[in-house]
Design a protein around this ligand. Structure first.
Ligand code: SF4
Ligand code: SF4
Length: 182
């Protein structure tokens, strides 16, 4: 139970004659406004201007990598979809037409709007088939457009393959990210 002596009552400040003119407060407010006027500009006029990206840890739109034979590198192990906390990866596996693997993804979809870009999928993938690129300016007019299917994800790979995306260097051995591959 709260005792009456535990209650602290705070009343309005007692202002004297000068205080009631609010000159001090007005001057302080103007000072803050003027301070913002001369502060270093932090906003950018996107898309004409862009902030430099911290590619070392940036996680953007996904891509599905191709192997050296230009086939989808994914082996449909479901590790990424199991690790995904947002449940936004949907895979349907099929029997592989190639002798070097058992399965391949007949269907592979990622809901880019549902994704929280945590990077768990790329960390979980045993064959480095799924990666998060540094691309961020993706747009769509409908939700359906933002569900990227296998072809779209491979297309992202085709457009970004010259850039090594961010991945955990301790696990992958990648020394740097966001630079063209050597
Ligand atoms: S980045 Fe995270 S939320 Fe997005 S698909 Fe990968 S595991 Fe799921
Ligand atoms: S992308 Fe990687 S983790 Fe996901 S199903 Fe394919 S091989 Fe497995």
């Amino acid at each position: 139970m709260i005792k009456p002596e535990d209650i602290i009552r705070i009343g309005p400040p007692q202002l004297d004659g000068v205080g009631r003119m609010y000159f001090g407060e007005i001057a302080r407010g103007l000072g803050i406004t003027l301070g913002h006027l001369f502060k270093k500009k932090k906003t950018v006029q996107y898309p004409e201007e862009e902030r430099p990206l911290r590619v070392q840890n940036y996680r953007g739109v996904h891509r599905l990598n191709r192997d050296p034979d230009e086939r989808v590198a994914c082996v449909s192990c479901f590790m990424c979809s199991t690790a995904c906390p947002a449940h936004c990866i949907h895979i349907e596996a099929g029997e592989s037409p190639w002798p070097d693997r058992e399965k391949y993804p007949v269907k592979f979809e990622i809901d880019e709007l549902r994704c929280i870009y945590c990077g768990m999928c790329e960390e979980a993938c045993p064959v480095d088939a799924i990666e998060l690129t540094t691309e961020f300016d993706i747009v769509g007019l409908t939700r359906e457009e933002m569900v990227f299917d296998k072809e779209k994800l491979l297309e992202v790979y085709d457009q970004t393959k010259q850039v090594k995306p961010r991945k955990n260097p301790k696990i992958t051995g990648y020394s740097y990210t966001g630079k063209p591959q050597q």
